[in-house]
Design a protein around this ligand. Structure first.
Ligand code: FES
Ligand code: FES
Length: 240
């Protein structure tokens, strides 16, 4: 690289800057300079996840993806990396919704929408690293995202639909915090006495309360996630 230039990619397009304010954050750059206002700024201090984007780079010869709070990332921190924002994965206006967006919309997981692109990008980054996540992986991947409207249930129901086994049960890893693993009572329906009946889990069950849960939305006609349809990593960045 020419050390006098800041070079990175945003949604597959090359960006070159020769005179950028090093105090500027990536969130401000995306919104004010590139007009990519899908990335929201809520707290501006790393606490809410509204500004979540995905950063990809080559490490030890492999392409690695991670979600990041763009409000905490100095613009020069993305030198030689590829940034993906919510605009880069799908939109109603330009192309189709990405399966993450489609499921969140169908499950009514967006109300005011301020947190939505952050949740979408956190889930998207998780899927890019692991197309077959468990419920625990999803819980971990969304830990940094807050929503003040939905109560989380529809958001989790939307995203847990990526963690369903062929027989319709939820994929729960052994480290879900409960020694019972897939037999954890939070994942089972209760009988009328509140006793765990050992029935199969309804996809989308979020646990939490002790009542039998009914799935809020039918997500059965949503597109499957197909990792081969994702934007390729910029070849130029592989060389460095
Ligand atoms: Fe809240 Fe970045 S705006 S974490
Ligand atoms: Fe309003 Fe999440 S939908 S903050």
């Amino acid at each position: 690289y020419d050390a006098t230039k800041l070079v990175f990619y945003v949604n597959g397009k090359r960006v070159e800057e020769t005179d950028v304010d090093p105090k500027m954050t990536l969130a401000t750059y995306l919104r004010d300079k590139l007009k990519l206002t899908g990335t929201k700024i809520g707290c501006n201090e790393g606490g809410c996840g509204a500004c979540t984007i995905m950063v990809s780079h080559v490490e030890d010869g492999e392409i690695k993806h991670f979600s990041a709070n763009s409000c905490l990332m100095p613009i020069c921190g993305v030198f030689g990396k590829a940034v993906t924002t919510v605009e880069g994965i799908g939109s109603v206006a330009k192309n189709r919704l990405h399966p993450v967006q489609e499921r969140l919309a169908k499950a009514h997981g967006s109300q005011c929408g301020f947190c939505t692109s952050g949740f979408v990008m956190a889930m998207y980054a998780l899927l890019r690293n692991n197309p077959n996540p468990t419920v625990s992986d999803i819980n971990l991947g969304l830990q940094g995202n807050l929503c003040r409207c939905t109560g989380y249930r529809p958001i989790l129901e939307a995203f847990y639909s990526f963690a369903v086994n062929e027989n319709g049960t939820l994929k729960v890893s052994e480290d879900n915090g409960c020694g019972m693993g897939e037999n954890c009572c939070k994942l089972k329906k209760k009988d009328e006495n509140g006793i765990c009946g050992g029935e199969e889990t309804t996809p989308g069950y979020t646990g939490g309360d002790r009542k039998r849960k009914i799935q809020l939305s039918d997500l059965s006609d949503c597109k499957p996630y197909d990792p081969t349809q994702e934007l390729i990593f910029p070849p130029e960045l592989k060389l460095h």
